[in-house]
Design a protein around this ligand. Structure first.
Ligand SMILES: Cc1ncc(COP(=O)(O)O)c(C=O)c1O
Length: 450
């Protein structure tokens, strides 16, 4: 289910079984230890959960699917290294030279890096061209408009790409699929009026421009991305169908135009809620391909998920600052929108559980509907904005100093954090599969603010 606009919601009283199993019982101790050792707020990434997500993606979209992790979801260097490391079969999908540099430092070679995004500057495009000119091209560059195509052609001409033994640069063309994504408006990028991608006519003209220029840019296919946290497969299916149709048309005249990148968007609904898993999306592909003549089908397919890889693995641990009666229990934490802006930005929902109650460690059942002690509390962050609210949650008795954990904080949390209100960014800890807590990014320093 997609995130909903911010509004107060009653905690669900009937949580259906969850697949895969909840990791909280396995890591609650680690969360308490991390809070004591590194203070709060602190982000923790659970390596076992990353491995499980990567494995689920591989099972749904097995080789030779190209699986690219979108760094925007979590760009902490050590997390990128973990995700793209040996065993998971994930390359890196970046949207800026900054993310590209993070991916390189994490050990990802250029051929496993793809570059896309609506915000690319001339310098970004030149860097992509430069990678080919230097004989080490990135996997591909996905362009958004004929403006980008024109700049790219000029740069490739200057760099004499494809001449004198220089390598060509593969280029994908982003299609605006004009669909109605089943997600929050703030996460729906595939709508016709959105700023993302080209219409079919614009896309064909951009391909034509690149083909005619003949300057070592190799039009290689179509990229399409519907939106994030997709609550159903229908818009995605429509978008893939459109991508296949456009690709098939162009492939007739440009045989190398063989790649369909179907984007990311696989949802991580709040634990206990149902939603389509990656395999459900993958199941749509064979039927869509049947409608395309065999010689017009893509030769390569790619996905570029971010959230699904890291969201569930991430925890944000904070402490209680205030407990008040405001016609109901009000709890204010020492962490909020500076560390996790999703609730304030577009109503992102993140279940919260207590790790201690009145100073004593408690298990997940303490925050459960079945617990006689748990009661509803409206939880707020510490920031001087009234939108810094984290929704209603069932929580046991709490007092100042008690620890809570915010779930699903591995995606679009650390990468979207800010130092607003003079708050240094929190430390990042990885809990390894063998149970060690490794500090991979220190807390920011007060001296570094301002
Ligand atoms: C073009 C593109 N690809 C991939 C992603 C990753 O999406 P998600 O994290 O939902 O998988 C995004 C997210 O904004 C995107 O814009």
């Amino acid at each position: 289910m997609a995130d909903r606009p911010a509004q107060r919601r009653r905690p669900s009283s009937a949580a259906p079984p969850v697949d895969p199993p909840d990791r909280l019982p396995a890591i609650a101790d680690a969360l308490r230890v991390a809070a004591r050792r590194f203070r709060t707020p602190v982000y923790l990434i659970d390596e076992a959960a990353v491995a499980a997500a990567a494995e689920e993606l591989r099972a749904a979209f097995p080789d030779p699917w190209i699986r690219q992790y979108s760094l925007k979801a979590n760009d902490v260097g050590a997390v990128v290294a973990l995700v793209t490391g040996p065993g998971h079969g994930l390359g890196a999908n970046v949207v800026s030279r900054g993310e590209w540099a993070i991916a390189r430092r994490a050990g990802v070679p250029n051929p496993r890096i793809t570059f896309e995004g609506v915000g690319k500057t001339d310098a970004d495009l030149a860097a992509a061209v430069g990678s080919a000119a230097d004989g080490d091209p990135i996997g591909w560059l996905a362009i958004e408009s004929s403006d980008e195509a024109a700049v790219l052609v000029a740069q490739a001409t200057r760099a004499e790409l494809g001449r004198g033994g220089r390598r060509p640069l593969d280029v994908l063309f982003r299609l605006n699929p004009d669909v109605a994504p089943e997600t929050h408006a703030g996460l729906a990028v595939g709508r016709g009026g959105s700023k993302f991608g080209m219409t079919e006519t614009e896309l064909s003209a951009a391909v034509e421009m690149v083909v005619t220029a003949g300057v070592g840019l190799r039009p290689r296919g179509v990229q399409v991305h519907v939106g994030s946290q997709l609550g159903a497969v229908d818009a995605w299916r429509d978008a893939v169908r459109r991508g296949l149709a456009v690709l098939g048309l162009i492939r007739g005249g440009v045989p190398a135009f063989d790649t369909l990148d179907v984007g990311g968007g696989f949802a991580v609904p709040p634990i206990g809620e149902a939603g389509p898993r990656p395999a459900r999306f993958a199941r749509e592909i064979p039927r869509l391909l049947e409608a395309i003549p065999a010689d017009r089908r893509p030769g390569r397919f790619a996905i570029e998920p971010g959230r699904f890889v890291v969201a569930r693995s991430g925890w944000l641990v904070g402490r209680v600052l205030h407990v008040r009666d405001r016609g109901g229990r009000q709890v204010v934490l020492d962490t909020g929108m500076t560390e996790l802006i999703r609730p304030a930005l577009y109503g992102g929902r993140h279940p919260i559980v207590a790790l201690t109650s009145r100073g004593r460690p408690v298990g997940p059942e303490a925050s459960d509907v079945s617990s006689p002690d748990a009661d509803v509390a409206v939880v707020h962050g510490p920031i001087c904005e009234s939108t810094d609210e984290l929704d209603e949650h069932r929580l046991p008795p709490l007092r100042r100093g008690d620890l809570v954990a915010i779930r699903d904080a591995g995606a679009y949390a650390a990468s979207l954090s800010s130092t607003y209100n003079g708050r240094p960014r929190p430390p990042q800890v990885i809990r390894t599969i063998d149970g060690r807590l490794v500090l991979v990014r220190r807390r920011g320093a007060v001296a570094g603010l301002g």
